[in-house]
Structures are given as C-alpha cells and as structure tokens.
Ligand binder design. Structure first.
Ligand code: GLU
Length: 307
C-alpha cells in the first residue's frame, strides 16, 4: 500500500484498539478495548487490532502474543490481520519525507538535561523552547526531529463524542514536538496518525489519558493532508484515591480464566447497567447483550471512574 492509498469507507465505521506491549492488558485497557469494540460493532463496522511496538526499549518480548490470547479469551473478534507498527516503518518514513519536503520539521540536538533546564514546571508536560529551530548544524549531531508549530496558527478544535468541544493552542501548550526520536524510533504521534489514516480508521475510542495528545495528532493529520477521524475519549479507571491504576498494585494482568466476570465488571464501570441475571453469564452471552445495548452517552463528560 502506498502512503497515498487509503481503503474505501464503504464498509461502515472502522475502529481500532492499539495497545503498547510494555505490559500485559489490565482492567483499564479492557475498558478501551470494550468501548472501541462496541462502538463500531454495534454499527456493523470493522474493528482492527494494532500492536504499537515501535519502542523496542519498552516492548516486552512475548507480551504482544499474550495480549492476542487474552483478547481472544474475552471474545473479541478483530477484522483482518493484526498489524505491528514495526512492520510499518516504511509508511512512517514516507510521511516524514513529506513533512520534510514541506519544511515542517527540523533537527533538534538538545539533550535531556538541556530540555529539563528549560522546563518551567517539571510536573507539566514540557513545551520546547525552540532552541534548535534556527541551528543550521543540528543535523550534524545525534538529533531528534521536531514538528514545527507556529504562533500564528489557529487553535485546534474538535468535538469529542464523549467529552464535548476541545480546543488547544498547540504552539503555546505543546510547542514543537518530537516526531522521530534521537534514538531513531518514530514517535507515537506520527505513527498513530499514519496508521489510522492508512488503515481507514474512522473513529478512535480510547482513554482520556490521550485526550491532550489529540490536538497535536490533528495538526499532523492536517499537515499530511489526512482526514480526521471522530474521537471519543473514555474515562480512565483510577484507584479510589485517584492514583493511576497502571501504577498501583491492583493493576493485575487480565486473567483469561476469569474473562466473563471481568467483562461484566467492565460493562458496569462503563455505566451500561447490564441486567443482574447476566452476572454469571458467559462471555458470549455478555456480548450478545452488550452489542445492541451499548449506550456510550452514559459516559458523556466523565473523565475518570474511581474503583
Ligand atoms: N498505544 C497507546 C496505549 O497503549 C494507545 C494509542 C491510541 O489509542 O491512540 O496507550
């Protein structure tokens, strides 16, 4: 497939689940998988599975295979073959070449410590000061590539299906962001927009932890002449005290042997109110109920669910 070819949209909506194999799937990942699956399957659409294994330092051997087995035991049926980002490097290179040809990115040789020194608030996501923007020699050193944002560009706005209108001034809030890292790996933002475009994804349903990334991704889509899919950001599952589930001792891997009760619980967390008599149902029975009864609007405006 060339970078300009895109599958036709004639088969209804197309969604995807795109886990990073840096650890096994847990209850939080299950919510994203269930939400994206029900959204497109209810409308007879396609649901793709993509393993975001670009960062070889983070990918744990065997985890991707384990993820597929877990998803299978939970009764997910994905369409087409599973894609691995590491097999798609050529597409990211083509997109990068197009951005370079348009003068939209530049090499940055700033080290981590230089970047940290410029950061005003270590708790905030860092906004790059633009030091290397006009450094003609940066490419002669080990360097990352940054997408050039512009102070004059309008705010990027979109209407999230669950979170409502979102708008961000990418230049001031995110600054010039990395699209290829200094270690040579393509960054998540570039890979995700290329994949969503080339795979014909029309709706992205994922966790609210990625809501703040979306304006930057839309910026890249526009720069590359891509369409923008519909977005719906699901609430994040947190510990009762507000801590991230993924970092707590409760973030246990999903147990394939307990798929039905975990799926039931996920539907409850997603405010779908499955009928009490389904509490002991099989995975198949739960999906048979959930598909026609999916009501995502029950999560409207909700950004976190505490256990
Ligand atoms: N790979 C990302 C994650 O596991 C999800 C990316 C996305 O859905 O856009 O958090």
């Amino acid at each position: 497939m060339s970078a300009s070819a895109r599958p036709p949209d004639s088969r209804g909506p197309c969604g995807r689940f795109a886990p990073t194999p840096s650890g096994p799937l847990h209850a939080g990942s299950l919510l994203a998988a269930v939400g994206s699956y029900l959204s497109v399957k209810q409308a007879n659409g396609r649901w793709l599975l993509r393993i975001e294994d670009l960062d070889r330092n983070r990918a744990i051997p065997g985890v991707a295979e384990q993820m597929l087995q877990t998803l299978e035991s939970f009764g997910f049926e994905w369409d087409g073959k599973v894609e691995f980002q590491n097999d798609r490097i050529l597409f990211y290179e083509q997109a990068l070449a197009s951005l370079q040809a348009d003068g939209l990115c530049y090499p940055c040789r700033c080290s981590r410590s230089q970047l940290a020194a410029h950061s005003l608030d270590p708790a905030e996501e860092m906004v790059y000061s633009g030091t290397c923007r006009s450094d003609p020699d940066a490419h002669q050193w080990p360097h990352a590539l940054r997408f050039r944002t512009d102070a004059r560009m309008p705010e990027i706005g979109f209407v999230d299906r669950l979170q409502g209108p979102i708008s961000e001034d990418c230049h001031h809030r995110a600054g010039d962001f990395v699209i290829r890292r200094r270690d040579g790996f393509f960054a998540y933002h570039l890979a995700v927009v290329v994949d969503d475009e080339l795979q014909g994804v029309t709706e992205v349903v994922r966790g609210c932890d990625l809501l703040s990334c979306t304006p930057r991704q839309i910026l890249l889509q526009r720069a590359l002449g891509y369409r923008t899919p519909a977005y719906a950001h699901l609430p994040l599952l947190l510990e009762a005290d507000g801590r991230k589930l993924a970092k707590s001792r409760h973030a246990v891997p999903l147990d394939a042997g307990r798929a039905a009760p975990a799926l039931w619980e996920a539907l409850v967390w997603l405010r779908q109110e499955p009928p009490a008599e389904l509490a002991g149902a099989t995975v198949r029975e739960l999906w048979a109920w959930a598909l026609p009864n999916w009501r995502p609007e029950r999560l409207g405006g909700c950004r976190e669910l505490r256990l």
